[in-house]
Design a protein around this ligand. Structure first.
Ligand code: PEP
Ligand code: MG
Length: 930
């Protein structure tokens, strides 16, 4: 690691607000890995690799502050930038003994984007910059390889035309005019590969490409290298605001204010001849996390060929045979980098005439499987601590481990039926079936109604929204590090890449493979773990983790299970928040327990009502005209509810079970179609007209703010009494049968005033006393309330005199704080996020300033009124990592979420606790001396 002294000496001076351009060369650099906010991830790591003395082509980075200035000042650069770039260029020229624009010995550069966090393929890059009709001759002469020089030149015109001058394909076949001209020339020459074109052919192609530029851009191709350079710098800064970068930022919560840096790097060439090449590699397998150097390379190619998936590369291990010296050095470097960064690295390299150059290194994107496995392996290898391992895994990534796989029996059947179409690369694990779509737009359109599989020849960054909408992605071209593979892994999408046997016709919307043709809309199945592609749908079954958790001892405890269970064990030891689940049925409770829940934080009793014959009794209760009629219906309901609660208490054993009294508007339980009303009328022995009139009388204009929550229990106390009786009788029964008392916590919903709570709590306590007297046993229980209304939060001190616990119902609390209907907000919330009015959907991620402020008031005033008041959350936010972090800060006792999010919440809670601990022990900023 670079010494602190060197680090300080080399730290960029931009903090003074002056320096915008930071140079780097092997052995020395202005800045390093700690400067990613300023230099972007790429610039910072290029500098860091230089500090480590690794072979990096020299260059310089224009900081993210330039980007911020550029956008804040009508796309103008800060004063003095031009001079700084000139000075950096001069340094570069001196270091390499070449000159920019020198016809005899030209310096060529690449211009690369690099934000603080990697945004793979979303922004632009220009390679081979500095070529023109004069310098191409110098390059040809110096390299002794005119073909290479003209190839570099034609690539440059094409890339510059696309990225800087905005010339793209219009047709749906994705062929841009440059690619079309290249294909046309190959056809005329009767050759199939680009490499079969000679120097003269490529020279002709450059002329054709320049003609395309003149036609499409209405201007000549710029021949002055400085004009080229500033054009490229402007385009790369400009690409921060392109559609795909904006979409990517929105999906990943990256603020637009961060901006990108631009790195200008001396070119090294992987297409100089048979002893040159380029590749990408990971220090561990990014799909499975296995500890093996993993990647691919292409000889005689430029990096873009690999990343764009245009040619299918060779596995990295082959490099040992092809270029043994470069291979040995790469091995040494990959180990150095992983040791230095203490994490799996993603490397980009080029071999120029047998010499290895490192072009990039960054923390590698990985699947959820790999994330968990790498983190736990690194602990075992003593590279990182358990705490670091816990903080390294994105809790959401655990989702992938909990996804189903295809049922092996169904896979065997599909194979026997000849439905195995082909095999590609297993780029994104998991199993997905869905209908075929051939474009991102179509994927977005259909995904609202069906699961879709996006099938593309290759994907490009324009496709990301469609990829996000799809259940799976299949490509015909490209390797494990192609765009499709990288992005799919990051999104957690199932992906099979580079299935070369597929013939995809975008115009006809068909996919032909091994004599079969499938059309858009037909079902297709992808096994992202084996790379197999099947016609039709396949049944799924639990993943390794699910099979161990739910397989009744039959599950196989492989490496995924071992890593998962180890990480979650550490999480449980680190966290201070309890994790409960929202569950209404015994089977859900069992699932939640298997996932590690420590109680039920919310049982929505109304969900129990929709089962079997219960709904009839419920409807009768609601439609009853007299108290006697209602009592009859409730008497029918009582044993049914009691049985439900008994099952729930049995399943949960010693863990607390929070049971909420009836909450939703009664209208939700009623039939609305005429034929349903008429059936029910017959069953109840009342006339159709009478029942219809009753249903209509219960309709409300705004039911979510209407007759619901505790208002029902206040109007019809017999409902609360019946529910209380059912649950206390069930608790006594389970206590008797098992010898262990369950721990019910009765929760009153939608309370706004202390008196509402007092009345409902009194009903519950009276019933409890009655039941205990009847049964001759007592079961400890709590009565508490939900905090779902701003008023409740504001009078929490008074509520806490009655309530033994609070549970934040943040779905309703968000709804009532914002005045946005939770059922209708989806119409405009995405737009609000796009306009940065909201940083995120407040129904998914807790709004800390508004809703959160109310919660804070409730916590503080509640606990001030009642020491030891139990605090929890049961809104959807209880399973969201960012919201969990806030709950930790509020000092809640537990979070409660849906069963499948319990593992995610356990890890998120551990992270929250660790971050809180780190913040406490961090040195406080010293007061400024006066
Ligand atoms: C809530 O409002 O956050 C809550 C948990 O209750 P429900 O979603 O049932 O309204
Ligand atoms: Mg609610």
């Amino acid at each position: 690691m670079a010494s602190t002294r060197r680090r300080r000496a080399g730290r960029p001076a931009a903090r003074k607000g002056k320096k915008h351009v930071h140079s780097f060369a092997p052995g020395q650099a202005e800045g390093g890995a700690g400067d990613r906010d300023l230099l972007g991830g790429k610039g910072a790591n290029l500098a860091e690799m230089c500090r480590l003395g690794l072979p990096v082509p020299p260059g310089f980075t224009l900081s993210t502050e330039v980007c911020a200035h550029y956008y804040a000042n009508g796309r103008r650069y800060p004063a003095g930038l031009e001079r700084e770039v000139e000075e950096a260029l001069t340094r570069l020229e001196r270091a390499l003994g070449k000159r920019f624009g020198d016809p005899a010995n030209p310096l060529l550069v690449s211009v690369r984007s690099g934000a603080r966090v990697s945004m793979p393929g979303m922004m632009d890059t220009v390679l081979n910059l500095g070529l023109n009709d004069q310098t191409v001759a110098g390059l040809a002469q110096r390299s002794g390889n005119p073909r290479f020089a003209w190839d570099a030149y034609r690539r440059f015109v094409q890339m510059y035309g696309d990225v800087v001058l905005g010339i793209e394909g219009e047709a749906e076949d994705d062929f841009d005019p440059f690619a079309r001209a290249l294909e046309e020339l190959k056809r005329r020459r009767g050759v199939s590969g680009d490499t079969q074109l000679g120097a003269e052919d490529l020279q002709e192609l450059v002329a054709t490409f320049k003609g395309i530029v003149a036609r499409h851009a209405g201007r000549e191709f710029p021949s002055d290298p400085r004009e080229q350079l500033w054009g490229a710098i402007g385009a790369v800064f400009g690409s921060w605001e392109n559609d795909r970068a904006v979409a990517y930022r929105q999906m990943n919560g990256i603020p637009s204010a961060w901006g990108t840096a631009v790195s200008v790097v001396a070119m090294v060439f992987g297409n100089l001849g048979p002893r040159s090449g380029t590749g990408v590699a990971f220090t561990r397998d990014p799909a499975t996390g296995e500890k093996r150097f993993y990647g691919e390379f292409l000889m005689n190619a430029q990096g873009e060929d690999v990343v764009a998936g245009i040619r299918t590369p060779e596995p990295i291990a082959r490099l040992a045979e092809v270029e043994p010296k470069a291979w040995r050095e790469l091995q040494r470097i990959q180990k150095t980098l992983e040791r230095h960064f203490r994490d799996m690295q993603d490397l980009e390299f080029t071999i120029e005439d047998g010499k290895l150059w490192m072009l990039q290194c960054r923390t590698g994107k990985r699947t959820g499987f790999a994330a968990v496995r790498i983190a736990t392996d690194l602990v075992r290898e003593r590279r990182i601590t358990r705490e670091e391992a816990l903080l390294r895994v994105d809790p959401e990534a655990l989702n992938q481990l909990l996804q189903p796989i295809f049922a092996p029996a169904d896979v065997r059947r599909a194979r026997a039926e000849g439905r195995l179409l082909t095999k590609g690369l297993n780029a994104g694990p998991g199993a997905a079936s869905g209908e075929i779509v051939f474009s991102a737009e179509r994927a977005l359109e259909r995904a609202a109604r069906a699961r879709v599989i996006l099938v593309r020849i290759e994907t490009s960054p324009e496709d990301i929204r469609g990829m996000q909408a799809a259940a799976g992605i299949l490509t015909a071209r490209g390797g494990m590090t192609s765009h499709a593979a990288l992005v799919a892994r990051q999104m957690g999408r199932v992906c099979v890449a580079g299935a070369g046997e597929l013939a995809i016709d975008y115009r006809k919307r068909t996919l032909a493979v091994n004599g079969r043709t499938l059309r858009e809309g037909e079902p297709l199945s992808l096994d992202g773990s084996s790379g197999e592609v099947f016609a039709g749908e396949l049944a799924t079954e639990p993943s390794e983790v699910l099979s161990v958790l739910f397989g009744g001892g039959q599950g196989v405890k492989g490496p995924v299970w071992r890593a998962y269970s180890e990480l979650l064990r550490w999480a449980d030891a680190a966290r201070t928040l309890g994790v409960r689940a929202n569950a209404d049925q015994a089977d859900q409770a069992e699932t939640a327990l298997a996932f590690g829940a420590e109680g039920i934080g919310l049982c929505r009793t109304e969900h129990m009502f929709f089962e079997g014959s219960k709904i009839d009794a419920v409807r009768e209760m609601i439609l009853a005209d007299t108290t006697e009629e209602r009592a009859r219906a409730l008497a029918r309901l009582l044993p049914l509810q009691r049985a439900d609660f008994t099952a729930l208490f049995r399943a949960m054993g010693p863990f607390p079970v929070t049971i909420r009294t009836l909450d939703p508007p009664l209208h939700e339980f009623l039939p609305h179609e005429e034929h349903e009303i008429s059936f029910l009328a017959r069953d109840m022995g009342v006339s159709f007209e009478r029942l219809k009139a009753k249903v209509e009388s219960l309709a409300e204009l705004n039911p979510m703010l209407g007759h619901r929550g505790c208002r029902l229990g206040i109007t019809f106390p017999e409902i609360t009494r019946t529910q209380a009786r059912a649950l206390f009788e069930a608790a006594c029964e389970v206590a008797r049968a098992t010898g262990k008392a369950p721990r019910p916590e009765v929760m009153i919903p939608l309370v706004a005033t202390p008196r509402e709570l007092a009345l409902q709590a009194a009903e519950v306590r009276a019933v409890a006393a009655q039941v205990f007297a009847e049964q001759g046993r007592e079961v400890p229980y709590l009565v508490g309330t939900m905090i779902e209304l701003p008023r409740a939060a504001l009078v929490a001190g008074e509520l806490a005199r009655e309530a033994e616990f609070f549970s934040f119902g943040t779905n309703d609390l968000t709804q009532t704080t914002y005045g946005i209907s939770r059922d209708d907000g989806a119409k405009f919330i995405p737009l609000y996020i796009a306009h940065e009015i909201f940083a995120a959907d407040p129904f998914a991620r807790l709004d800390r300033e508004g809703t959160g402020r109310l919660m804070r008031i409730a916590c503080e005033e509640g606990r001030a009124a009642r020491a030891g008041l139990k605090l929890g959350i049961c809104g959807e936010h209880g399973g969201d990592p960012s919201s969990i972090e806030f709950c930790q800060a509020l000092g809640l006792d537990y979070v409660s979420c849906s069963p499948y999010r319990v593992p995610i919440a356990r890890l998120a809670a551990a992270q929250a606790a660790l971050r809180a601990k780190a913040a406490l022990s961090a040195p406080r900023p010293r007061a400024r001396r006066r």
